[in-house]
Design a protein around this ligand. Structure first.
Ligand code: PA5
Length: 424
């Protein structure tokens, strides 16, 4: 189990009133009651995902791996961030996997799409187009270009290289997939985009990248069981949600997710979407920000130490690393680093964490530290489930529905009006 540490007194946060509120939330989540309960399918998704579906996903991933050097995942928000978070946390820094997973439709850039098409032109390609609604503009535009490219390049074979992940029963993408005969996977009705990493939305691209989705699901399944059974005060998801809520009540409305591991960048992006889109509504919510240290100690570190005191910091620390280097000693010692010769870079980061957290704490920034045993499929599965559950508790503590996103409609309506879309 991962652990949560707090720079303040955690026990004092569990007042009788708070415990009662948590008991109610806990019961509502597991009995699938309360606001937004139609979207609580992710709570038992890891244990309910049947083996047949997992095997089908693995077989399809094998087919894609055999026929392709590149898989392009087309999707935005929850339809791409989960897969990207896991793949980038697991990927080596420089060595390319046998099948490269690239992304499109998560922004609108002509240069990106043009260069992507040039890049894949001498490589075998498959597409996985993912959209629950089937009408999201950015992925739909990217799919127009890439579908045409695939049809021109592969002719009839294109339909066996395009895989669609859609709603079970509705949406434009579902219709296209049926007409064209694409192999199709389903996003369950009761699971929203940002909670969908343990469905085919996340699992298919992750399996194509060569990672073990059974172990990823095993981590999530253990999190599901342990976090359901662990008592309130000892439960890491409830601890984290409680600390966040108490910070918010103290006027600290920005949470800085700090990590010392650059591979966790997309986990941070996924986390920002999860918490930002789930909590930021009705004039409430903690604004999620992320930094990677020590890089950002030379930029945002100044603000965190010394700027406006409206933030708290949450470190994600990884206990064990597979690869490391010990600092070498130098004959001349001109940079005066010989005093730490022999220290591993992982050990250095642990010291940097201690130094940074003490400095920021003395600068008035309270802290949470989440400790993950290591970066592998099992622990990432556990971590992502833990974040989703924390987010549900946090949203309910705040008094918002953590599963809708009414605020994202306003900009879309404006764009459609400006573009004179019929009906707007
Ligand atoms: O969390 C969410 O529901 C959203 O971020 C969606 O995932 C995102 O807007 C993409 O939606 P769709 O899968 O319908 O294209």
């Amino acid at each position: 189990m991962l652990t949560v540490q707090y720079s303040g007194n955690m026990k004092s946060l569990f007042t009788k009133e708070h415990r009662n509120q948590l008991q109610q939330i806990h019961q509502n989540i597991y009995e699938k009651k309360g606001e937004g309960s139609d979207f609580l399918g992710w709570v038992d998704a890891p244990s309910k995902t049947n083996e047949e579906l997992v095997n089908q996903l693995i077989e399809t991933a094998e087919t894609i791996r055999k026929q392709s050097q590149v898989l392009i995942v087309i999707g935005i928000g929850g339809s791409y961030l989960g897969a990207r978070a896991v793949i980038e946390a697991m990927n080596p820094y420089f060595q390319k996997n046998d099948v490269e997973v690239l992304f499109a439709g998560h922004q609108v850039s002509g240069a990106y799409l043009k260069e992507l098409i040039e890049y894949i032109d001498d490589k075998d390609v498959s597409l996985n187009v993912i959209s629950k609604s089937g009408t999201t503009t950015e992925p739909a535009m990217a799919f127009r270009f890439l579908q045409k490219y695939m049809e021109e390049r592969y002719g009839d074979e294109a339909s066996s290289r395009i895989f669609a992940t859609t709603d079970a029963e509705k949406g434009a993408l579902l219709k296209v997939a049926e007409e064209k005969g694409y192999k199709r996977f389903v996003v369950p009705d009761d699971i929203g985009g940002r909670y969908s990493v343990f469905t085919p939305v996340g699992l298919l691209p992750i399996a194509v990248a060569g990672y073990d989705i059974k172990t990823l699901l095993a981590g999530a399944k253990d999190a599901e069981k342990e976090l359901e059974e662990t008592l309130l005060e000892d439960n890491p998801a409830i601890q984290y949600a409680t600390i966040r809520h108490s910070m918010y009540e103290d006027g600290l409305t920005n949470e800085v997710f700090a990590s010392f591991e650059p591979k966790l960048h997309y986990i941070q992006e996924w986390w920002k979407q999860l918490f930002g889109e789930s909590e930021g509504k009705d004039g409430k919510g903690i604004f999620p920000v992320s930094v990677t240290y020590t890089t950002d100690l030379h930029s945002l570190g100044q603000y965190i130490q010394d700027g406006k005191r409206n933030l708290f910091e949450t470190f994600l620390m990884v206990d064990q690393v597979d690869e490391d280097l010990n600092l070498i000693s130098s004959e001349t010692d001109e940079d005066q680093l010989n005093y730490i010769a022999g220290l591993s870079l992982h050990e250095f980061n642990e010291v940097a964490y201690k130094g940074t957290s003490e400095a920021h704490l003395s600068g008035g920034v309270p802290q949470v530290t989440i400790r993950l045993p290591k970066i592998d499929e099992y622990n990432i599965g556990y971590l992502l489930y833990f974040y989703m559950l924390t987010c549900a508790y946090s949203g309910y503590l705040l008094g918002v529905n953590p599963f809708d996103q009414p605020g994202v409609e306003a900009y879309k309506t404006n764009i459609f009006k400006l573009l004179k879309k019929p009906g707007y």
